[in-house]
Ligand binder design. Structure first.
Ligand code: GZL
Length: 342
């Protein structure tokens, strides 16, 4: 074999060795593990954008406080916005969170419909969305990771069941049982709690012919509007009203003022059942002015950030997380009031 041939052979062997070593190196780099961008972030590095509905009720204030204080407790960077009950403000806030590239978006939708486009934008941007408190009627459930909050239909059923089971014991003795006339203060028009509490209550009442809903109108979940609408009910129906069913305690508390100003006794002349179980409702029950409140817990902060941490760590979370709740009639109010945290 001449020097040239020998040199060629050597060259080929060396080339093969270099190629082999290079391939080995690439393999090693490839196996080094997740690149930085794939590694789960440390919780203190993540940013969460939350679009809150507004500050319409004591319940909402407690809900916001629960979310903001939990973020602080966990040293999570939270961008929080108040939409003053306007859907367009929530959509703007969510778009700004997308533009800022937050890691997770949370929001409580003021109404059920009209969220498809902005939720698709979040999905295209690869930002997971957590629904809290209220649901949306969007058919594509891949647009959010989980919905956590109460079962509002069940809350409406619980209010109806309490009334059917207790009206006879709480009504004035001189009031006839025949045709018990109910007036209803609905929540925000188009919102999940208003729609569901409306239907859940009727699921029960419609099975009892003696109960009749004679007036129903939105009080927008606020104390002021609840008082105003109750004044109108009293003007047209007066002493004809036996029961008030309010979709939240704030409207019931406003209605109590209207009933007293009209010269009737709330909780006695007009039996009142409402939803939320805020402190004000317990105080009204202790004074004998409200007869029952169905719990709807606003304290979603810990659950929300548990879900955020699981998401960021790549863990799975259930598509639906229901909050456990109770019913509080007037007779337990005094004992329970000191334990209430919202
Ligand atoms: C219910 C929540 C409702 C409360 C109201 O989860 O969305 O909105 O019942 C609040 O008090 O305004």
């Amino acid at each position: 074999m001449n020097k040239l041939t020998g040199g060629c052979v050597m060259y080929k062997v060396l080339t093969k060795i270099i190629v082999f070593l290079a391939a080995l190196g690439l393999l090693f780099v490839g196996c080094k593990g997740k690149s930085d961008s794939d590694k789960p972030k440390d919780i203190s590095e993540i940013t969460v954008g939350f679009s809150q509905i507004g500050a319409e009720s004591a319940w909402r204030t407690a809900n916001s406080e629960s979310i903001v204080s939990e973020a602080k407790k966990r040293s999570i960077d939270l961008k929080f916005s108040d939409a003053q009950q306007k859907q367009e403000n929530q959509i703007k806030a969510i778009r700004s969170y997308i533009a800022q590239g937050v890691d997770v978006i949370g929001f409580s939708p003021v109404v059920e419909s009209g969220w498809g486009p902005v939720l698709r934008e979040a999905k295209e941007a690869g930002i997971p969305v957590i629904l809290t408190d209220r649901a949306v009627d969007e058919k594509d459930t891949s647009l959010w990771v989980t919905f956590m909050g109460s079962d509002f239909v069940e809350e409406g059923r619980r209010a109806g069941n309490w009334l059917v089971e207790n009206y006879e014991n709480v009504k004035r003795a001189d009031k006839p049982m025949k045709y018990i006339k109910i007036v209803e203060l609905q929540g925000t028009v188009g919102s999940a709690p208003a729609n569901d509490r409306f239907s859940g209550f009727r699921e029960v009442i419609d099975k009892h012919a003696e109960f009749k809903i004679i007036k129903t109108q939105t009080g927008e979940f606020t104390r002021a509007k609840g008082k105003e609408v109750m004044e109108a009910f009293l003007k047209s129906e007066g002493k004809n009203i036996d029961v008030l069913y309010a979709h939240n305690d704030d409207m019931a508390l406003g209605a109590i003022q209207a009933i007293e100003q009209f010269g009737l006794k709330p909780g006695v002349d007009i039996i009142i059942v409402s939803i939320d179980a805020v402190r004000g409702a317990f105080e009204a029950m202790v004074e004998g002015k409200l007869n029952c409140t169905v719990e709807c817990s606003p304290l979603l902060g810990p659950q929300f950030f548990d879900a955020v941490e699981k998401l960021v760590n790549g863990e799975s979370i259930p598509a639906r997380i229901v909050t456990e709740e109770d019913v509080f009639p007037q007779e337990v109010a005094e004992e329970v009031l000191p334990t209430r945290t919202y």
